[in-house]
Design a protein around this ligand. Structure first.
Ligand code: PFF
Ligand code: NA
Length: 452
């Protein structure tokens, strides 16, 4: 293909791509969602299925997304169309990118609300108002925050502006600069917090909870949650990694790079679990507390512990940083598309899209108050956006990307980008053609027709 670089620019090095993609991958999914869905789904067996999904489905699909993006060096819709055309297929494959952009918009809307909760809790930790509170008091404080749309709106607006500003500044000045500063900070904070958790006395219990594989607790629904989460956590199935891949230099090895990203994301999720569950157990709290796990149990725990205020602030700053670098990446594919297709300025595209996702976010934050009566299939807007994206749209996007990479793209073009040893290429190809699509299809089938 003729494009040597994207008109949006390209990353300064292979490491910047790894860090930027890791910044996208590591987010609320790892630190907020993973621990609470592990708690809700019984721990160990869920973790094992999750790890299998990452390795057998997530990593191969991530390779496909990166190579499609890098080959075409365009936004996901046009990248899919161009790569299809090169393999003498129809440009209509671009619609997968369109569905991906819709997923990004829906995810951003609730993501930014949770990002807002995190900002609020940085403030709460700083002021020390949670020191010495009981679980009940922390629960009511979180409930009161959810019931207060004005406060939520303020934080959601701030988080949206922070994200839009970085995207508006562009690949190099915006995303790359943010990556260079925030990713090292994130790793340092995580290591400090893990060390802290090891001193709490609940570490063995936390470890056993995550790694004792009890399959009697595994249900089809848990398998679906694990599979869906493997897409969500790696930012797959919606074109984000494809867009980031389109800014990647040609000389870097896609296989190794993707393994590094997938490995780092998994490591952060496991470490986050190992930092959070010990704190929960050592304070006698319930691991299955749901979305409030982090916002109720942890403040109580920090409020009782030595240096709890300091570590509490650090913890919520860590989550804020992680959420921020992911939120940016939710907007990037659509912004790139708007810039390339409508030939408008990046700042115009970013602000325009920003207004839309900010508005949808208001429906999400209102789910806990003035819009609590509005439900879709029995779920409020916030839960519904989370459910259809993570459990349905991302896995479906993933199936189509896999089928596309396996059946439509000619092997010689895929291999031209991937440059894998031939045995590894065969494995990858089998995953694209069969393993990944069939795994996703089976799990979705059993979700729709539960087996009793
Ligand atoms: N991977 C992010 C997380 O784990 O929090 C969420 C996410 C970001 C999903 C970007 C999808 C995406 F395109
Ligand atoms: Na993640």
């Amino acid at each position: 293909m003729k494009n040597k670089t994207s008109i949006q620019g390209s990353w300064a090095s292979r490491w910047i791509f790894i860090l930027a993609a890791t910044g996208s991958a590591v987010g609320l999914g790892n630190i907020w969602k993973f621990p609470y869905i592990t708690g809700e789904n019984g721990g160990g067996a869920f973790v094992l299925v999750y790890l299998a999904c990452i390795l057998m489905v997530g990593i191969p699909i991530m390779m496909a997304e990166v190579f499609i993006g890098r080959r075409a060096r365009k936004n996901p819709i046009n990248a899919l169309a161009d790569v299809a055309e090169e393999s003498e297929s129809t440009k209509k494959w671009g619609v997968i990118g369109l569905m991906g952009m819709l997923s990004g918009v829906l995810i951003f809307s609730f993501y930014s609300v949770v990002g807002g909760w995190v900002l609020h809790y940085i403030k709460v930790m700083l002021t020390g108002e949670m020191i010495g509170v009981t679980s009940d008091a922390a629960g009511s404080a979180f409930g009161a925050l959810l019931a207060d749309p004005a406060t939520l709106l303020g934080w959601h607006t701030l988080f949206s502006i922070m994200s839009i500003a970085v995207v508006a500044a562009g690949i190099n000045k915006g995303i790359e600069t943010a990556t260079r500063i925030m990713m090292p900070a994130l790793f340092v904070l995580l290591i400090i917090l893990l060390g802290y958790a090891m001193t709490t006395g609940g570490f063995a219990q936390g470890w056993n909870f995550m790694f004792e594989f009890d399959f009697s607790k595994l249900t089809w629904n848990a398998a679906l949650v694990a599979l869906g989460h493997s897409f969500f956590t790696l930012s797959l199935g919606m074109g984000t990694i494809m867009a980031y891949g389109s800014y990647m230099t040609k000389d870097a090895s896609i296989g190794k790079t993707v393994l590094a990203i997938g490995g780092l994301d998994t490591l952060v999720a496991l470490v986050a679990g190992l930092a959070i569950f010990p704190i929960i157990f050592s304070n006698g709290m319930d691991p299955a507390a749901g979305p409030g796990l982090m916002f109720i149990s942890l403040p109580v725990a920090f409020g009782q512990m030595a240096f709890g205020q300091l570590f509490g602030v650090l913890f919520f700053v860590l989550i804020g940083v992680a959420a921020w670098t992911s939120a940016i990446s939710l907007l990037e594919p659509t912004v790139a598309f708007l810039v390339e297709r409508l030939k408008i300025k990046r700042i115009t595209a970013a602000v325009g899209l920003g207004i839309i996702v900010w508005g949808l976010g208001i429906a999400c934050l209102g789910s806990f108050s003035f819009m609590s009566d509005v439900t879709f299939f029995g779920k409020n807007t916030f839960d519904f956006f989370d459910y259809i994206t993570a459990n349905i749209m991302l896995p479906l996007g993933g199936i189509f990307i896999a089928l596309f990479a396996g059946w439509v793209v000619k092997d010689k073009f895929a291999q031209d980008e991937l440059q894998l040893p031939s045995a590894v290429f065969k494995l990858w190809n089998i995953s694209m053609k069969y393993t990944a699509p069939i795994a996703v299809a089976i799990v979705l089938y059993f979700l729709i027709n539960p087996m009793q």
